[in-house]
Design a protein around this ligand. Structure first.
Ligand code: SF4
Length: 283
């Protein structure tokens, strides 16, 4: 089974393949709808997804110049308001990106690059490039618990975001190549504002990520039939919407377990990329 024409890889689709090749096949090659709920209780699960997306929207509104008070007044929920107050108290954008004149900065910004002849895209919550060439990637994680550093480092997002910033971001740096050692990825948690995860990048990691992503995307592109096996880690199936297709149980996992595992707020927007807004194509 070949990739659909024009298929574009993202950290979300690569993460799906790494977690379970069968899930990648069902979601991206067969384009099957989600027949099962991801976690129970359903209403609380949906509410948390909505809150995560709302927080991302509030920060974006601030970045485009809306007054902080107006954004706070529109907060529909006490938890969301608390996250916003946390954001205002810690001001992570200034803390991590600085406020030097000449800094380029955008929210919800998209970049596209090329790996092994295939397109790879990413959407950044915040991407900034200082006049010094220092690149900062900020990502909001609205999980109720702070994700451990080890788990963050294993995510495809942690590889793809800095990699693409280097590969496809030169136009944001006065057309000068971006030095990988000038790139920092920061995960910031409204629920743990004083405990961000700062992940430095560098040329060795960039080269390693290039090799890893080339091998992974090449493997997926060449896979056929049996190349998309079901994961052997059946604990993953408890939070997978394709359980019924795989005969891997009918009961969803509990929401609190899923939240502890990863951030709900990030997943939907990573899947639903708006490719019209991609800023650069660099194959
Ligand atoms: S239910 Fe399990 S085996 Fe099936 S796609 Fe989901 S994670 Fe993979």
């Amino acid at each position: 089974m070949t990739l659909p024409p024009g298929f574009q890889f993202s950290q979300a689709s690569l993460q799906d393949y790494v977690d379970c090749p069968r899930r990648f096949q069902l979601r991206y090659l067969l384009a099957l709808q989600w027949p099962a709920v991801q976690a129970e209780p359903v209403e609380e699960h949906e509410q948390r997804m909505v809150l995560g997306q709302a927080f991302h929207r509030m920060v974006q509104q601030r970045l485009v110049g809306l007054p902080e008070e107006a954004i706070a007044r529109a907060a529909s929920n006490a938890e969301l308001l608390r996250w916003w107050q946390s954001f205002l108290a810690y001001r992570p954008i200034t803390a991590f990106c600085g406020d030097q004149p000449g800094t380029w900065m955008r929210g919800e910004y998209m970049l596209a690059g090329g790996v092994g002849g295939h397109r790879l895209v990413a959407k950044y919550d915040v991407l900034s490039v200082a006049a010094t060439g220092q690149v900062t990637i900020l990502d909001w994680k609205t999980s109720t618990k702070r994700t451990p550093d080890d788990a963050l480092r294993e995510r495809l997002q942690t590889r793809v975001y800095p990699f693409l910033a280097v590969q496809a971001g030169a136009h944001l740096n006065g057309d000068r190549p971006i030095d990988p050692s000038h790139v920092t990825l920061v995960y910031w948690f409204p629920e743990a504002p004083g405990s961000p995860a700062r992940i430095a990048y560098g040329p060795e990691q960039y080269a390693a990520d290039h090799r890893y992503l080339t091998d992974l995307i090449g493997l997926i592109a060449l896979a056929e039939g049996d190349g998309f096996p079901m994961t052997q880690d059946e604990s993953r199936c408890r939070f997978c919407v394709y359980r019924s297709y795989c005969d891997r149980g009918s009961t969803a996992g509990r929401l609190d377990e899923l939240i502890a595992a990863w951030d709900l707020g990030a997943a939907p927007e990573d899947i639903d990329l708006d490719f019209e807004q991609i800023g650069e194509i660099a194959f």
